[in-house]
Design a protein around this ligand. Structure first.
Ligand code: ASP
Ligand code: MG
Length: 405
């Protein structure tokens, strides 16, 4: 007899037929004698709809009240899922995050889990019930309702699996697992049987948004092995776990193309200490995330100056531009250029740690396609380059073919 945590995302519980389908799947596990804890998201669109209602009233609603409001989305789904299980004669009980013992800090709308005391969950499981827990929510020790940030039901599931020492944690979603590339861009993309936490994190932050990044970090920290799979079929999914020796044999696990980046270039920044600090402090204060940064020192005549380029998420471009323009007097650079027509292409794999020549092969592949490389950044397990957006799809296909097949 195993203890299983299953999480079903918004599309998997998107209407009552889907909820009945979830109930059937849960019943299969429960009827073969397993203890099952189910974590559900709000039905797809519900959280966005609630946010819209609040923002129709005022652009910046109170964060405490937003948590009160958003937590209702998941509460609808837990009750409906319990009702669907009752309808097929499976004992089931729904619980809010608080009832499941999920205690968080008091940072409304992006609370962190402090600890979990799942006494009620254990009691209900021991009594033979399936337990359905509302994802994405918790409670402070003073009894205030909190939420864990968008996509936070994943975190609820992983954290509960850790607290309950579950034998199995399954994340059901609307894709079959994690692929070597987005199958819509690369027809030959393959489903990965397994992937390491670090690779999953890089691919998620690169736009392959299968799961909330925080939940993968949490799983890594607590060693929670989990499977990402589809609730709409019975295909085996992708196992996410700590890297193993055999995983290192594969140099590149996945390739991604992020079309959502923009480049900002400051031309003629005086080459003296404190300039980069001033610029990126101001950008950070405006809560704009910077990804790649490149600096070129010019060795021409006159006082030394540098060109400084960096990338931001496209929706943040205007904000970044405003901040930079506000610094013109103080810094005394020549001009600002922006480019929205870039794509960020990345290859990810823990095998890169132990293989040489990966960058050369990537650059050669791009050269053969006449794709020009803009900025370059690397980590131990990733190489990213910016390229012309118009050539993005051609480039990712060629790079996938060169490294993966
Ligand atoms: N319902 C929440 C959201 O849409 C949490 C989740 O789906 O995981 O962000
Ligand atoms: Mg979701």
């Amino acid at each position: 007899m195993a203890l299983i945590v299953q999480k079903y995302g918004g599309t998997s519980v998107g209407n009552t037929d889907r909820i009945k389908n979830v109930a059937r799947r849960v019943a299969e596990y429960r009827n073969r004698g397993d203890k099952v804890v189910v974590v559900v998201s709000a039905m797809s669109g519900v959280t966005d709809g609630l946010i819209k209602l609040a923002k129709d009233i005022v652009p910046l609603p109170s964060e405490r009240e937003m948590d009160m409001l958003l937590a209702t989305g998941e509460q609808q789904t837990i009750a409906l899922t319990a009702i669907a299980l009752h309808a097929i004669n499976v004992p089931a009980v729904s619980m809010t995050g608080a009832q499941a013992g999920i205690v968080t800090d008091g940072v409304h709308t992006k609370a962190k889990i402090h600890n979990i005391s799942p006494k009620q969950v254990h009691d209900a499981l021991d009594a033979g019930s399936v337990v359905i827990v509302a994802g994405f929510q918790g409670e402070t020790k003073d009894g205030q309702i909190t939420t864990l940030g968008r996509g936070g039901s994943d975190l609820t599931a992983i954290a509960l699996a850790a607290a309950l020492k579950a034998d199995l944690c399954q994340i059901y979603t609307d894709v079959d697992g994690v692929y070597t590339a987005d199958p819509r861009l690369v027809p030959g993309a393959q489903k990965l049987p397994e992937i390491s936490y670090d690779e999953m994190l890089e691919l998620a932050s690169l736009g392959a948004k299968v799961m909330q990044s925080r939940s993968v970090e949490f799983a890594k920290k607590f060693g929670v092995v989990f499977e990402v799979r589809s609730s709409l079929n019975d295909n085996p999914g992708t196992i996410v776990k700590e890297e193993t020796k055999s995983m290192e044999g594969v140099v590149v696990r996945g390739v991604s193309l992020d079309k959502n980046q923009a480049k900002v270039t400051l031309v003629g920044v005086p080459d003296k200490p404190g300039m980069a600090a001033r610029i990126f402090k101001a950008i950070g204060d405006a809560t704009v995330n910077v990804d790649m940064i490149v600096q070129n020192i010019s060795h021409g005549s006159g006082s030394p100056a540098t060109d400084l380029s960096f990338t931001v998420d496209k929706p943040d471009l205007l904000k970044a531009q405003k901040v930079i323009e506000g610094l013109k007097q103080e810094i005394g650079y020549k001009e600002v250029l922006t480019d929205e027509k870039i794509g960020k292409l990345s290859i990810v794999g823990i095998g890169m740690k132990s293989h040489a020549g990966v960058a050369g092969k990537l650059f050669e592949t791009l050269a053969n396609e006449s794709v020009n490389i803009g900025m370059i950044s690397t980590s131990e397990i990733k190489i990213s380059v910016t390229i012309d957006l118009a050539k993005g799809e051609q480039a990712i296909k060629a790079v996938h073919k060169a490294f993966i097949g």
